[in-house]
Write a protein that binds this ligand. Structure first.
Ligand SMILES: Nc1nc2c([nH]c(=O)n2[C@H]2C[C@H](O)[C@@H](COP(=O)(O)OP(=O)(O)OP(=O)(O)O)O2)c(=O)[nH]1
Ligand SMILES: [Mg+2]
Length: 317
């Protein structure tokens, strides 16, 4: 939050939000009933965190009061702030995959299970865009070692987690070779989880995502058109996160959160600084720098979308 300006005088209302997700990927949404503010808009169940309550306690209580279910386990999905004309809300949003009981409408709210693809058919509250991106994006963002050969990469693909984004970061490969390799990888890796970092037109042609360097975020006049997949940017602090958000990017990568073998003495963010920046970012943020799947729980707790990097998946550096 900025320390000056309208936000500092405006109320910050903290909300615990639960996204119930079924095994088939459908999520539960509720329509705010007549008589409530923002009546008619759809939202994820939840409500205000009361004084003295933790977010987890508020989540348990709200899901019990609104849906009559008993939450069994949840993990943080994203924390985001949104300024409405009269107040700023902080949506501390949790993914709930285990609960007891069938959700019922206990507050006159209509309920619907929706696939992610169909959520756009509902008029969701204006703050909720980044929650949808967080739901669509995986928890792991793999980046290729800079000098891996095409053959070696293709050979290793089957051993990588398939539900992950994979960025082809090959700074020393000429465009022609890069293009050929991207085409080859696209045949055995889902293009919607493939991220390229050359001409955005190449991403667009393949249906892949695109990754911008921190410098590129400031050089771009607008979000490149045509790159139909995921659009991500590298960030080291609040300024570049704000820029990624302003450009309409889908997610950012922020770090380093821990020392890496290649930059052992570079300054790092700790998890609490990471969490504070991510909560202000207004888009899903991956943690990078000395992290891998074994830090996922810590990263989620800090409000990260997940973890990104090279060594934890490809070894060495
Ligand atoms: N639960 C929920 N609230 C959201 C979402 N998106 C969003 O902008 N909000 C805003 C709308 C409201 O201003 C606020 C939630 O407050 P609320 O009035 O529903 O809180 P509550 O359930 O405790 O309701 P009440 O007892 O005060 O009537 O957060 C969302 O997806 N879920
Ligand atoms: Mg509510």
């Amino acid at each position: 939050m900025p320390s000056t300006g309208p936000d500092s005088v405006r109320k910050l209302v903290r909300i615990a939000v639960g996204v119930l997700r079924r095994a088939n990927g459908d999520v539960l949404i509720a329509q705010r009933p007549d008589g409530k503010e923002a009546a008619g808009w759809w939202e994820f169940p939840g409500g205000k965190i009361e004084a003295g309550e933790s977010v987890e306690q508020a989540l348990h209580r709200e899901l019990r009061e609104e849906l009559g279910i008993q939450l069994q386990s949840a993990r943080r999905l994203i924390v985001l702030r949104h300024a409405y004309p009269d107040k700023t809300v902080e949506l501390d949003t949790w993914l709930v995959e285990r609960w007891q009981g069938d959700p019922q409408s206990l507050e006159d709210q209509a309920l619907a299970w929706s696939s992610l693809g169909r959520l756009g058919d509902y008029r969701l509250l204006p703050a909720d865009g980044p929650i949808l991106n967080a739901l669509r994006l995986p928890s792991q963002y793999l980046i290729t070692p800079p000098d891996i050969s095409a053959d070696e990469l293709v050979r290793r693909l089957p051993a990588l987690p398939t539900d992950a984004l994979l960025r082809l970061r090959l700074p020393r490969l000429a465009d022609v070779g890069y293009r050929r390799l991207a085409g080859q990888v696209a045949e055995c890796w889902a293009v919607e989880r493939l991220v390229l970092d050359r001409d955005p037109a190449l991403s667009a042609a393949l249906g892949a995502g695109w990754h911008a360097s921190e410098a590129a975020l400031f050089e771009l006049a607008q979000r490149p058109s045509g790159a139909s997949g995921r659009m991500l940017g590298s960030c080291h602090g609040a300024k570049s996160l704000a820029r990624a958000r302003e450009l309409g990017f889908d997610a950012a990568v922020l770090g380093p959160v821990r020392p890496t073998p290649s930059h052992p003495s570079a300054p790092t963010l700790d998890w609490s600084a990471f969490g504070a920046l991510a909560a202000d970012a207004g888009l899903p943020v991956y943690a990078i720098g000395g992290v891998g799947p074994s830090q996922l729980a810590v990263a989620w707790q800090a409000g990260a979308q997940g973890v990104a990097g090279i060594s934890a998946w490809f070894g060495g550096e």
